[in-house]
Design a protein around this ligand. Structure first.
Ligand code: GDP
Ligand code: MN
Length: 386
């Protein structure tokens, strides 16, 4: 789960990490008033669930409150496209107005979950700012990492080692040690999958400050934090993803034309591969999980149909825990309810498969059953071509 920069900064601040003074605004008038409060010269920052805003025109330094207001009028409602948003971009509905800071140096600092070692890993670079991805590919030696042992935690000597590697010395180095230790506390106490400060800056006056912040909470830990659901900005999410979330379904939007209903993440991956091999392009995939009910399958089917890119539907289900006749009922129920005329190909196997296939073929829907995965993939591709 993602949150906005201003929310991430509020959290950092409560953990003792210095951030610029700022205010979040929902209207251009509020932006003007906030800019006045900051003394006129300030930074106007579009709040979207993606980075790369600077280069896309979503972060700008302004010199007068009126200038802030004009920029806000332009930004509110605008769709920002950055390398992290995908081509459809994200709409700006909130703007953060911050005091302008004179920057002397920019660093990169983050802590994230490393799935390889199942541990938190700290990543730091003296070349922070907007080109961190380039630094990582061009000169990976400039990126320092430290895997954190969950039993000993992060120790101050380790944090100091990182601060020294960043080229800091004296009191700024000690400030950085505390900041790194506090950042690790944020990760643990807030159950973060990622906490990223880019850039972390040293100001002209010699203070450390988090100029940008990104926090992703670990979805598996949301139940431990009652306040998290209210922090979510639904305007930043795909409406179909929100709907899928309500029914505890995993929905991923892709770019092709075939909607895929599968059970299990591994089967989903295999389904996408096989479809591609037969020349098909998946529009999405919806994983109904292991023990889905008839209602859940029906809901999943409806969500797939709401995606206007979908021109045909591919169902690939292994009936282990879930029986094939139950799945067939779910499909028929949903397809009839929304008057679906799109071609459907079903590949299913397992418990009650014959009954499931019989129900489908006798349903009157535009549906075919494949003999196996390859055969089914070939069928849907052919149905769409024809
Ligand atoms: P991102 O592009 O989405 O990562 O947005 P950032 O918040 O990182 O802003 C992009 C860049 O704007 C930063 O790397 C900074 O160089 C610059 N920036 C942000 N705030 C300030 C500020 O107060 N003063 C100055 N001089 N630059 C800033
Ligand atoms: Mn940034």
């Amino acid at each position: 789960m993602n949150i906005h920069e201003y929310q991430a900064k509020e959290i950092l601040s409560t953990f003792g990490i210095p951030v610029p003074r700022g205010r979040v605004a929902l209207t251009a008038d509020q932006v003007e008033r906030a800019a006045k409060e900051m003394g006129g010269r300030c930074v106007v920052k579009a709040q979207i669930y993606a980075g790369g805003r600077g280069k896309a025109g979503g972060v700008k330094l302004v010199h007068h409150p009126e200038q802030a207001q004009d920029l806000a009028k332009e930004l509110f409602g605008k769709t920002l496209v950055t390398p992290q948003t995908g081509p459809e971009g994200l709409k700006v509905r909130r703007i953060l107005v911050e005091e302008a800071v004179d920057i002397a140096r920019e660093f990169y600092l983050s802590i994230t979950l490393d799935r390889g070692t199942s541990r938190y890993i700290l990543i730091a670079s003296a070349e922070g700012g907007m080109e961190i991805e380039e630094v990582a590919t061009r000169s990976p030696e400039k990126i320092h990492t430290l895997t954190i042992d969950p039993f000993t935690g992060l120790r101050s000597f380790q944090a100091r080692h990182i601060a020294l590697q960043l080229g800091l010395s004296g009191s700024v180095c000690e400030d950085c040690v505390s900041l790194i230790l506090n950042l690790y506390r944020v990760c643990l106490e807030k159950d973060c999958a990622l906490v990223e400060i880019n850039p972390l800056v040293v100001t002209r006056a010699g203070w450390l400050m988090a100029m940008d912040a990104k926090i992703t909470f670990d979805d598996n830990a949301i139940f431990r934090h009652r306040e998290y659901p209210d922090m979510m900005d639904y305007s930043q999410l795909d409406p179909l993803e929100i709907n899928a979330g309500k029914y505890d379904l995993a929905y991923i939007k892709l770019t092709g034309t075939i909607g895929c209903l599968v059970n299990g993440a591994g089967l989903a991956m295999a389904t996408l591969d096989v479809l591609k091999e037969f020349g098909g392009e998946p529009a999405n995939f919806l994983d109904v999980g292991g023990g889905a009910t008839r209602e859940k399958v029906a809901e999943a089917f409806k969500i797939i149909l709401q995606d206007s890119d979908v021109k045909g539907i591919f169902v690939n289900i292994f009936g282990g825990i879930m029986r094939c006749d139950v799945i067939a009922h779910g499909i028929i129920e949903a397809a009839s309810e929304v008057n679906c005329t799109l071609p459907i190909v079903v590949r299913m196997d397992g418990s009650q498969v014959e009954e499931g296939k019989r129900l489908l073929t006798e349903s009157g829907l535009n549906v075919q059953c494949g003999d196996n995965l390859g055969d089914a993939a070939a069928r849907i591709v052919k149905m769409l071509a024809g």
